[in-house]
Design a protein around this ligand. Structure first.
Ligand code: 6PG
Length: 253
């Protein structure tokens, strides 16, 4: 693994996607142990897509080897975004996490906080925000603070369900909002930038040659002129970590 730091955070480059997934799982465990030791709980927001699948499988495999490696009792699972589909749908981020991780580890059922996307994007976003408010209880006007938010990077520069030229990019008050994504012709539900940027730690996981150009643009563009949604993720006081593989890093120089 080789690493370097930029204004966008620390970048760690792994030989291939499997090593990236292992490293992301280890970072998940490190953050969980730290949060539980300091705050008695670990609130983590999972992301969707395909990259996290390897991370979830690694965490599930860890449990088979060592049941005490991950303090599952203190872990609360949230979702940084969701598709407007039922939890049983093949596109559901919850279903991905459920099948590859949540049914394979002893996370408490009451600690799995899924987006009720079956309500429809608008109602589901409002419902999830109410749920987050009841869980975090931040002071009036403050945002919830997740211990870890896991994010991916789309080839168009989206992250969570903050897609280029969509309304949710402008949201600075709400914590969760519905988002019509013209390029996908679908509604999504997504955390907003204030929530992402209030995290103790944000961890991007980016793998594959198809992400090389966008990763180069995101990491090398000047903060003053962001080129895509992922570039507006800048934790106010938290840590930003980029776990990437050599294929995605091939244009970083
Ligand atoms: C989603 C994700 C999305 C994802 C990116 C990258 O719901 O699809 O939250 O933001 O992280 O599209 O996906 P891959 O890592 O699979 O390329």
């Amino acid at each position: 693994m080789r690493s370097f730091s930029l204004s966008a955070g620390e970048v760690r480059i792994y030989p291939e996607a499997g090593a990236l997934a292992r490293a992301a799982a280890d970072e998940f465990i490190r953050c969980a142990c730290e949060a539980i030791s300091a705050r008695k709980r670990f609130a983590v927001a999972l992301n969707g897509g395909t990259t996290p699948k390897g991370v979830y499988s690694a965490l599930a495999a860890d449990y088979q080897v060592d049941r005490n490696k991950v303090p599952w009792d203190g872990i609360h699972i949230f979702f940084g975004d969701e598709r407007s589909v039922p939890p049983t749908d093949a596109d559901s981020n919850f279903r991905l996490a459920r099948e590859t991780l949540l049914t394979k580890v002893p996370v408490r059922l009451g600690n799995i906080h899924r987006v009720r996307a079956e309500l429809g994007a608008r109602a589901a976003a409002a419902d999830y925000e109410r749920w987050l408010q009841s869980f975090f209880h931040p002071p009036q006007g403050k945002f919830p603070q997740f211990d870890l938010i896991m994010l991916g990077l789309g080839a168009d520069g989206h992250t969570a369900s903050l897609f280029p030229e969509t309304e949710a990019l402008k949201e600075q008050a709400r914590w969760v909002c519905p988002n019509w994504v013209p390029s996908l012709k679908t509604h999504r539900i997504t955390f907003t930038y204030p929530v992402l940027n209030n995290a103790v730690q944000v961890m991007f996981m980016v793998a594959g040659q198809s992400k090389a150009e966008i990763l180069r643009r995101v990491l090398h563009a000047r903060p003053a002129d962001p080129v895509c949604p992922a570039q507006f993720v800048r934790p106010t006081s938290g840590k930003m970590l980029w776990l990437v593989d050599e294929a995605a890093a091939s244009l970083l120089g």
